[in-house]
Design a protein around this ligand. Structure first.
Ligand SMILES: [Ca+2]
Ligand SMILES: [Ca+2]
Ligand SMILES: [Ca+2]
Ligand SMILES: [Ca+2]
Length: 357
């Protein structure tokens, strides 16, 4: 380490200012004076994390006013995080200077502080020594980005969820200190801001509107977490929101009404027609069809409507005259709590065999 002339003078002045007033020619323990420009607390030093190895943390001034001419002072430390390097400062023979320097790069997220005990001994007989416990605070830099525990989150909400309902909360972790570790949440890009909102402080995601699964059943949100350090560091996570089905659509027949033509001699249990309907909801069970009402003479009605919408004869049909059978049919879905139905009119026009229309 290069010590400038100015620093030499400054250190010497500081140490001289603290010199003891022991009597000459009386052996005394060396006194250890810690010099540090960054910390005002005694026996306390600061080092900025991620500083390269061999960064100076502070300077020690060892004073042994009364050492004999041949006595040598030696200082050591018990810490493997810092070393003591003798500084080549000429001047007062009773003073000796050491630089305290780091031996490695120090991560504040691993060591908030570390202690080093400094012991200085003379080589007289018996050896006289002094020691000092120094605590080094590791000062934070913004070297950690906010990190979500998962790359992707998946949440389900029902399509009838009310606006301003909570979907879930996502949180990132930032191990830095203070503003360097304080996180603010948002969406990028902000295209879904009309549908969802995120609390910048808590990461709570809420709905802002109503949803319709039949229009859109999945939303992908890219959540960004920004710390407040300088420069700001960021982390992202993907949030997939699945819109779950609610039975909010009535099944619909594929036509407003159904007209079929049948002719001649038709045996019992013959399929004569098929009704069709659809439902936009995610039905787990098939739609169910049922005969609701027969118009006209009910007693000789020769058809049944099966639950799958098939219309079959229930007797032989062999009539002398053209006839129209009119009846009303329902179709129902299988909603969990509520079944929805709609209705249609069916006309089956019968003609005896051999008669052309
Ligand atoms: Ca950070
Ligand atoms: Ca840090
Ligand atoms: Ca439905
Ligand atoms: Ca639905």
């Amino acid at each position: 380490m290069h010590i400038s002339g100015y620093t030499c003078i400054l250190i010497s002045l500081l140490c001289f200012g603290k010199q003891s007033t022991a009597q000459p020619n009386v052996r005394t323990h060396p006194s250890i004076i810690l010099y540090d420009s960054a910390s005002n607390s005694p026996n306390m030093l600061n080092i900025r994390e991620e500083s390269p190895a061999n960064t100076m943390v502070g300077i020690l001034c060892i004073e042994d006013l009364n050492r004999y001419d041949n006595e040598k002072l030696t200082c050591t430390t018990d810490s493997n995080m810092a070393s003591l390097n003798l500084l080549p400062i000429d001047g007062e023979p009773s003073l000796q200077f050491y630089e305290i320097a780091t031996t490695r790069v120090i991560d504040r997220e691993e060591y908030l502080t570390f202690d080093l005990r400094i012991t200085c001994s003379d080589n007289g007989s018996p050896s006289l020594n002094s020691s000092m416990l120094v605590t080094v605070n590791v000062l934070d830099i913004n070297d950690n980005s906010p990190t979500f525990p998962r790359v992707k989150y998946e949440f389900d909400i029902f399509e009838d969820i009310a606006p301003e309902s909570v979907v879930s909360t996502v949180n990132a972790v930032d191990h830095d200190d203070g503003e360097n570790g304080r996180i603010e949440y948002g969406f990028i890009p902000d295209v879904v801001s009309g549908m969802f909102g995120i609390n910048p402080n808590s990461g709570e995601i809420k709905t802002k509107v109503g949803f319709d699964r039949e229009l859109e059943d999945t939303y992908l949100l890219l959540v960004i977490a920004r710390d407040k350090g300088v420069p700001r560091r960021t982390g992202t996570a993907l949030v997939q929101v699945n819109i779950k089905d609610v039975n909010d659509n009535i099944p619909q027949f594929t036509r407003p009404n159904f007209d079929f033509n049948i002719t001649g001699d038709i045996e019992s249990v013959t399929t004569v027609a098929q009704l069709t309907a659809y439902d936009k909801d995610l039905n787990t069970a098939p739609l169910v069809y049922a005969l609701v009402q027969v118009y006209g003479d009910n007693s000789s009605f020769p058809f049944a409507v099966l639950s799958d919408g098939t219309i079959v004869t229930t007797t032989n049909i062999n009539l002398d005259e053209a006839t129209v059978f009119s009846f009303r049919v329902s179709v129902s879905d299988s909603g969990d709590t509520l079944s929805l139905s709609s209705y249609t009119m069916v006309n089956i026009k019968y003609k005896p065999g051999g008669i052309s229309e």
